[in-house]
Design a protein around this ligand. Structure first.
Ligand code: IPE
Ligand code: IPE
Ligand code: MG
Length: 232
């Protein structure tokens, strides 16, 4: 599902903030702050480069296992990010969606999310999807349960897609994971069924426009066959 050789939908697993901080002799929370600082550059470069949907992994259902002060500081950074770019989202006509269970989040973060979603729900050209308290397995179970609640007795692929957080969006074409690990860590398993996977050792706070360009360049040389014998 590409437009030329530009992916329509890119998912970023923003990993390596803690190790970046350690290498700089700083606390992990400082790494998260630096990581939050590069998000804007990457998201705007993505949209300017023709990408339609950007999905960001900000906090996983597994990340609750971390020390409370680290979790609190991640939530605080997310709230500040959304507040800081509230106007820009509207000016640039970017639709914000949040994937994940908002009910478990601090009230001030939840309300910031809901306000940004409401402010931008009329847009469609560019979509910024932030995964907060998100896990793919939980999402799929939730989708099945919603379909059952709606009276379905047999679940189809369309039912799962329709009841997912990314309803109506194209599937993920490219996943970029920074920080050197080569795994998906429960990130959009359904939507990334046919995604190209790009892993880089660069830590997220050091991932800039140049590195994004390298990832897109790599993607544009992939041959996508979707099970067929010739490239699509
Ligand atoms: C990713 O960076 C950010 C979140 C999970 C919120 P990490 O905090 O996982 O950084 P490393 O993997 O420990 O370096
Ligand atoms: C994945 O990173 C989650 C986010 C980037 C938000 P983790 O650092 O939590 O992943 P694992 O634990 O190394 O798989
Ligand atoms: Mg990590």
């Amino acid at each position: 599902m590409t437009k030329g050789n530009i992916p329509r939908h890119v998912g970023f697993i923003m990993d390596g903030n803690g190790r970046w901080a350690k290498e700089h002799g700083k606390p992990r929370t400082f790494g998260h702050k630096k990581g939050a600082d590069v998000i804007h550059e990457i998201v705007s470069a993505s949209f300017n480069g023709g990408i339609e949907v950007v999905s960001l992994y900000a906090f996983s259902t597994e990340n609750w296992a971390r020390p409370k002060d680290e979790v609190d500081s991640i939530f605080d950074l997310l709230r500040k990010f959304l507040k800081k770019y509230a106007k820009e989202l509207i000016d640039e006509e970017i639709k914000l969606i949040i994937s994940g269970d908002l009910s478990a989040l601090p009230e001030n973060l939840r309300s910031e999310c809901l306000e940004r979603i409401a402010d931008t729900c009329r847009f469609s050209e560019h979509v910024l999807n932030i995964a907060i308290n998100y896990g793919s397995k939980a999402e799929i179970v939730r989708a099945v349960n919603q379909a059952l609640k709606n009276g379905k007795t047999q679940i189809s692929e369309e039912d799962i897609a329709e009841n997912s957080y990314t309803k109506g969006l194209p599937d993920i074409d490219l996943i970029v994971r920074t920080g050197g690990e080569q795994r998906l860590s429960n990130f959009f398993l359904w939507q990334a069924a046919y995604a190209e996977l790009y892993f880089t050792d660069v830590y997220w706070p050091d991932f800039h426009k140049k590195q994004l360009g390298e990832a897109i360049g790599w993607f544009s040389n992939r041959q996508r066959r979707f099970g067929d014998v010739s490239p699509k």
